[in-house]
Structure formats: structure tokens, C-alpha cells
Design a protein around this ligand. Structure first.
Ligand code: ADP
Ligand code: MG
Length: 333
């Protein structure tokens, strides 16, 4: 295996690229926009541009991700999107090798499809590595140790929970819930409780700015949407309290799944996990008040890592510099 130059994480919300010796090189939404034409759908926007179109165009324009829950839903669109991302980097399509971060539960067929797309784009060597392993590395964990770690990644489309030791995943679970499901639930809550329709990209902003797990957080923000009955614009001041009914069940489901994962482990492993503390990564771990919520509602020691949404791509960046570790991981996956 030669030295690998690029690493890409095609996340449920954002795609990130790391270039060896250069660093974190790109972060753009994993989105495409397309409109119907007599010849079929035509792509009109990629990444940031597609996201900016969300909810702002006529009904015929669709903004979507060619990947859902880590699985490829549209091969050709994904390929076009990846070409767009790599073109941003100015390597003039001279690509040698790339590490692709994937969900641990990905089917054989999808793994093959990822390889084929990357080859079609021009990469000669393509290596697949589980994203959650990179999250552990990026968080500073020694994944080669016999001591076991439990790593959680709460991302855009799903939440990965994995028990890791000796360069491999002992047990992994993927929940089909992430930040995007929260955005949609916020839109539904506002419509149901206040009779206003608000777009999901505004709901993402609301979640980041006002969303909180503190029971008495006083954050608030004025939002404007369309009144369901009168169809005219109406404003409302949304507060953290409005969002608790979305956020609490979301995090409780994750906590329950972690509990079940830990209790299903043999005592040698669960003792290690408890000693090491559960690691929380992924963009949704940045929600206000998570630390305090976990202290009250989570039985085990834990740590929310800094720069939570970027640890996996930064971990992949470290792997580009550590051929031996990469080799060991590949032997175990
Ligand atoms: N400060 C924040 N508070 C709440 N959610 C956040 C915050 N920052 C990012 N997010 C959410 O995290 C998700 C993206 O996390 P990320 O780990 O990049 O996901 P992925 O790798 O699956 O694309 C998005 O749903 C985004 O809205
Ligand atoms: Mg991610």
C-alpha cells in the first residue's frame, strides 16, 4: 500500500475532505438540487449552493442527498457530487489514493459501489475504513490497546455506537436518527403547536441557536413562517422550552441504546468501558446542555469531545500519516 493522499467522509449532513500534508480541506453539505426536464432530472446545484436553495425555489426543484443512512440511493448523483467536491480542491483531477469513511454496517454491494465510484472519478487506490474508528482516533484514543472504548457519533443522518478495541469494532449499532431528524421534528412541532410552517434549514439554525437540554434555559429567537390557516407570514418567538419535547426523546433513545450495548457486553469489556468513559462525538453532541443532561440521566462516566463534528475526518487525517495503524485496521475489518 502506498501513502494515501486524501480522506473523505460523506456524512449524512456534511461531506469533509482531508488532504495529507495540507489538512482539513473541505466541508460542504451532502446535498444536490435537481429539477425535472423532459429528459429527466437535471442537476442544478451541489453542496452549499444546493443547501442555499432549500425551500427557496418553486416546488419542482428538489434538494436531496444521494446517500441516506450511509447507503447510496442514487449512484450517478453521488458520483457527480463527489466530482464537484474534489474539483473544489484544485488537484486538476490528478488523484492517486483515497481513504473513504463508511458506516460500519454497510452492505457488501454498497462497499463495492463506493469503490467503483471512486475508481470512476479517477482514484487508483481506494481504501474503506469505518467512520467510527476514525472518530475514536480523532478523539485521541489508542484503538490498538486491549482496553475497550465505547464511542458514540451523533451525526446528521444517523447515530453510530461502537465498542472498539485492538483495532477493530467488537460490537456496533447504528440508529437511523441524527441531526436532520431533529430538524424535521422541530418543523413538525412548530406547525403542530403554533400553526406556523417553517423550512428545515431554518429549523437547523433554531436547533443550533436555541436548542438546549437545560430545563430552564432562557434562549429564544424570533422566527417567521407561513400561518397554516391564513397562508400569510407570521412571526413567533421560539424558546428552548419549545424544543425540549423534541430533544429529550431524541437523546433518551440514544442513551437507552448505549445502556443496552454496555449491559450486553461481558464484564471484562463493560468494566473497561466504564473505566474509560463513553466518548460522545458528532455535530449533534454540541447541543447546549448535553453535558448537564448526561450527568443527570446517564449512568456511566462520559466525555463530550471538543470539535465534535470534525473528529472523524481529523482522525482520518492522522491515519494518513500512520501507515502501520491503517494496515492493522484493514486487517481487522
Ligand atoms: N451547535 C450545534 N448544536 C446542535 N446541533 C449541531 C450543532 N452543530 C452542528 N450540529 C448538527 O450536527 C449535524 C452534523 O454533524 P456531523 O457530525 O457533521 O454529521 P455528518 O458527519 O453525519 O454529516 C447536523 O445535523 C447539524 O445541524
Ligand atoms: Mg460524521
Amino acid at each position: 500500500m502506498n501513502k494515501i493522499k486524501f480522506a473523505i467522509e460523506i456524512g449524512g449532513a456534511y461531506t469533509k475532505i482531508f488532504v495529507k500534508d495540507e489538512g482539513f480541506a473541505l466541508c460542504e453539505p451532502t446535498l444536490i438540487s435537481a429539477e425535472p426536464t423532459p429528459q429527466g432530472y437535471k442537476i442544478i446545484g451541489f453542496g452549499k449552493h444546493a443547501k442555499d436553495m432549500q425551500g427557496k425555489t418553486n416546488d419542482s426543484v428538489e434538494v436531496f442527498s444521494p446517500i441516506t443512512n450511509g447507503q447510496i440511493v442514487n449512484y450517478e448523483y453521488l458520483k457527480q457530487l463527489l466530482i464537484y467536491y474534489f474539483d473544489q480542491l484544485n488537484f486538476k483531477r490528478k488523484y492517486d489514493s483515497c481513504l473513504v469513511l463508511i458506516n460500519c454496517g454497510l452492505s457488501k454491494k454498497d462497499r463495492e459501489n463506493f469503490m467503483t465510484i471512486m475508481h470512476e472519478i479517477g482514484f487508483k487506490e481506494v481504501v474503506l475504513v469505518p467512520t467510527i474508528i476514525c472518530s475514536a482516533i480523532g478523539s485521541g484514543k489508542n484503538i490498538s490497546s486491549t482496553k475497550t472504548n465505547l464511542v458514540v457519533n451523533i451525526g446528521g443522518a444517523n447515530t453510530d455506537i461502537a465498542v472498539i478495541n485492538m483495532n477493530s469494532i467488537v460490537k456496533g449499532a447504528t440508529l437511523g436518527i441524527g441531526g436532520k431528524a431533529v430538524d424535521v421534528a422541530i418543523a413538525n412541532t412548530i406547525a403542530y403547536n403554533h400553526g406556523i410552517v417553517v423550512g428545515v434549514s431554518i429549523c437547523e439554525k433554531i436547533k443550533k441557536e436555541v436548542g438546549s437540554l437545560y430545563k430552564n434555559d432562557g434562549l429564544n429567537m424570533e422566527i417567521t413562517g407561513v400561518d397554516i390557516d391564513s397562508k400569510i407570514p407570521r412571526s413567533y418567538i421560539i424558546s428552548s422550552q419549545d424544543l425540549l419535547e423534541v430533544l429529550v426523546p431524541f437523546f433518551d433513545e440514544i442513551i437507552r441504546t448505549i445502556d443496552v450495548t454496555i449491559t450486553s457486553m461481558p464484564p471484562e469489556i463493560s468494566t473497561d468501558i466504564i473505566n474509560n468513559g463513553v466518548l460522545f462525538t458528532g455535530g449533534m453532541s454540541k447541543i447546549n446542555g448535553l453535558e448537564s443532561y448526561l450527568r443527570k440521566n446517564f449512568k456511566y462516566p462520559f466525555k463530550i469531545v471538543e470539535d465534535a463534528e470534525n473528529v472523524s475526518i481529523l482522525g482520518a487525517g492522522k491515519l494518513l500519516d500512520d501507515k502501520d495503524l491503517l494496515k492493522k485496521i484493514l486487517e481487522n475489518t
